[in-house]
Write a protein that binds this ligand. Structure first.
Ligand code: CP
Length: 307
């Protein structure tokens, strides 16, 4: 049986092309499972998974929990708020205490880039990165690729524009790695202040003109302005951002050819996307959420084979 080259999922940067193919192909099988009347398989019946979230989440947290339950794993959920982290316990002590209760896998979201990498070298459990600060969000990139492939087939040669706050986005970096490993052509687009200078060195195109990006791409993956991570003003006002970089349904309808609109959520309606764009036939935003469960089932199932 084919296996992953790693026992943790810390970032897309560490995955091989074969790993990505294997995860996406396995997810296709799990998508069939979750569309059956009985959505559950016994694959992880003997495994206990802790979802350890030090940062807010709606989609990722629920999606992992559903994926785990549909694989018949035992699941415990931990939030930093309301925990003994507030009393000064370290990350490693917190996780080692959770592992002492016979937990096999840790799914972790943390505001510090590298936190899951730090843990993975110090604990015996498999670690899955559910988003580490502004660094990587590997399962989001995998579910984004899965969703693009459902619409467009093989991504080699396809043009993907990632539009918005690239500087503060973990989704952008994971998507760039994931798409490039599949042979896609990637552009990042946003205000100069929200595109890090090192982007061009990653081999992506850079644009500051949203209409140019939309005209160029097959897929527009639009990112949220992450005000909670911005210590200084990167643009004069949300109104001005929306005026120059916001995407409306009319802009999408006026393009010469079909375009797929994506967003990892949560959406700031009226800022990066108008409601009529987010809810338009161009949008596959809720398909992304549906696919997230199948992709996370695939990741957990494959990592469990490495045990
Ligand atoms: N896309 C994403 O990571 O959403 P949440 O922050 O709600 O998990």
């Amino acid at each position: 049986m084919p296996q992953l080259s790693t026992r943790h999922l810390l970032g897309i940067k560490d995955l091989t092309q074969n790993d990505i193919q294997l995860i996406l192909e396995t997810a296709t099988q799990f998508k069939d499972v979750i569309n059956r009347p009985i959505k559950k398989v016994p694959s992880l019946r003997d495994i206990t998974i802790a979802n350890v979230f030090f940062e807010n989440s709606t989609r990722t947290r629920l999606s992992f929990e559903l994926a785990e339950k549909r694989l018949s794993a035992d699941v415990v959920n931990f939030s930093a708020s309301g925990s003994s982290v507030k009393k000064g316990e370290t990350l490693l002590d917190t996780v080692n205490n959770i592992l002492a209760m016979k937990v096999d896998m840790i799914v972790m979201r943390h505001s510090s880039p590298g936190a899951p990498h730090y843990l993975s070298s110090r604990i015996p459990a498999n670690v899955v990165n559910a988003g580490d600060g502004t660094h990587e969000h590997p399962t989001q990139a995998l579910l984004d690729s899965f969703s693009m492939r459902e619409k467009l087939g093989d991504l080699a040669g396809k043009r993907i524009a990632i539009i918005g706050d690239i500087t503060h986005s973990r989704v952008a970096l994971s998507n760039i790695f994931c798409l490039q490993k599949q042979g896609a052509d990637v552009m990042v687009c946003g205000p100069t202040t929200l595109i890090p200078k090192h982007m061009a060195s990653l081999g992506v195109r850079v644009s500051h003109d949203v209409r140019e990006a939309l005209q160029w791409c097959d897929v527009a993956n639009v990112l949220r302005i992450q005000l909670e991570r911005q210590q200084i003003k990167y643009f004069p006002s949300l109104r001005e951002y929306s005026l120059y970089f916001g995407i409306s349904r009319q802009m999408l309808d006026e393009l010469d050819r079909p375009i797929v609109l994506m967003h990892p959520g949560p959406i700031n309606r009226g800022v990066e996307l108008t409601s009529d764009a987010a809810d338009s036939p161009h949008s596959i935003i809720l398909d992304q959420v549906e696919n997230g469960v199948a992709v996370r089932m695939a990741v957990l199932y494959l990592l469990a084979q490495e045990r």
